[in-house]
Design a binder for this molecule. Structure first.
Ligand SMILES: [Zn+2]
Length: 414
């Protein structure tokens, strides 16, 4: 007996055994993990979770892996900050931030990768791979190193140097593609077809991979004393993260761990220079893929979002909304978050905070709502972008008089 029955098509309901497969043979719909909820209800409890490790694996009963031999660098169970200073600045009475910049490779991608690589090893895959805008690349390379599996990483060549430096340290095979993420993803999918014994975490084992993001909902609810927020805001790239977080709350409600997930409003943020999902939400139309991407938020620059259709529906069905901040607003938000809460995020996190600010200004978030924001990556990854917006300090001679002179200038500047 296991808590996982297999895979199931999200569109037609066709069922398959748990295997390396991501698409329905009947209708080409996406597959998702099909759990045995009766089995899970008999084996899970809040107390068991609370006794578990300080990582995503405390929720193993709700993740699609067998056994306990996890590929684990310690992702997850990060602090839910009560962001009183930022809340005050934005006019929100109860604002929380789940800070993902502190994961092993400094983004939320460690969650999904830990699950996907554990599953890949379970399947006996001989290599792992991914298409990535940078954060997933480091997560896959690091977990590949831990698992002793070679990693093949497909990235657009235009991403931040800091991210290329980080991923290179773990010694994966990096294929830098001329073009966008969508071009890199297309090539990776072709390679995946030719190498069925390799597991591409966000392509061929995607149904298992996306499950890792549910733990963001689990951790939030647990740290709120097993309660759901009224509203949450997540960044939008492929749309998979936002859908998985909502699914996480739905599963906690199904288990009666929280009262209900029906009233949680779900909102998204996408940079204006790449905002197919946000536009679809704001204009209540279909998600139209775009080719021309123009944003500093490289980790959200996906023109053809795989889960865009589902993310749009989750947002609109919940009564939430979406925002599309400009690059300048994203930069402002990065520094706003850092100076109010001491959390330094990359442009993806800046997009989410800037989106939050716009949603409040537009009256889409009520000041009384208990609101949770997911900040997904670390500012140290995007230094080449942010250095242009920093005032580099002028060196002084190490004397007290020189300090006095500069101190007076600092006081005047304030
Ligand atoms: Zn189907």
């Amino acid at each position: 007996m296991s808590h996982v029955i297999g895979l199931k098509c999200r569109e037609c309901g066709a069922e398959y055994p748990a295997n390396i497969q991501n698409t329905c043979y009947e209708c080409f719909g996406p597959l998702e993990v099909n759990y045995d909820w009766e089995y899970i209800k008999e084996h899970i409890s809040k107390e068991k979770i609370e006794r578990g490790p300080s990582s995503i694996w405390r929720y193993a009963d709700l993740l699609p892996v067998e056994g306990t031999d996890y590929v684990d660098l310690g992702a997850g169970f990060n602090k839910l900050h009560h962001a009183k200073n930022l809340g005050r600045e934005l006019g929100l009475k109860e604002l929380y931030i789940l800070d993902e910049s502190v994961n092993p490779t400094n983004s939320f991608k460690d969650r999904v990768t830990s699950v996907a690589v554990t599953k890949a090893r379970e399947f006996g895959a001989t290599a792992i791979g991914c298409a990535s805008t940078g954060n997933l690349a480091s997560a896959v390379a690091a977990h590949g190193a831990k698992a002793g599996l070679p990693a093949y990483i497909f990235i657009p060549s235009s991403i931040e140097l800091g991210k290329i430096t980080q991923m290179s340290a773990y010694a994966p095979n990096i294929i830098a593609v001329e073009g966008t993420y969508d071009d890199a993803n297309r090539l990776a999918s072709e390679v995946a077809d030719m190498h069925p014994d390799w597991a591409f975490v966000n392509i061929t084992v995607r149904p298992y991979y996306t499950e890792g993001s549910k733990t963001l909902a689990f951790e939030t609810a647990e740290q709120l004393g097993w309660q759901a927020p009224d509203h949450f805001v997540a960044p939008l790239a492929s749309g998979a993260l936002l859908c998985a977080i909502k699914r996480g709350y739905d599963e906690l409600a199904k288990l009666d761990f929280i009262d209900s997930s029906d009233n949680i409003k779900v909102s998204g943020a996408q940079p204006l220079g790449c905002s197919p999902i946000s536009c679809a939400v704001r204009e209540n139309k279909e998600v139209i893929p775009i080719r021309e991407l123009n944003t500093i938020a490289h980790s959200l620059a996906i023109g053809n979002p795989a889960d865009g259709y589902y993310a749009k529906n989750v947002i609109l069905d919940s009564g939430g909304y979406a925002a599309s901040p400009t690059d300048d607003e994203i930069i402002d938000a990065i520094f706003l978050l850092a100076r109010t809460e001491g959390i330094f995020t990359e442009p993806a996190g800046g997009t989410t905070i800037a989106g939050l600010r716009k949603l409040v200004e537009e009256g889409r978030i009520d000041p009384d709502e208990r609101t949770v924001v997911y900040v997904t990556g670390n500012g140290l990854k995007a230094q080449d972008t942010l250095i242009k917006h920093i005032k580099v300090p002028q060196a002084i001679k190490p004397t007290f008089s020189e300090f006095e002179k500069q101190y007076k200038q600092l006081v005047v500047a304030q």
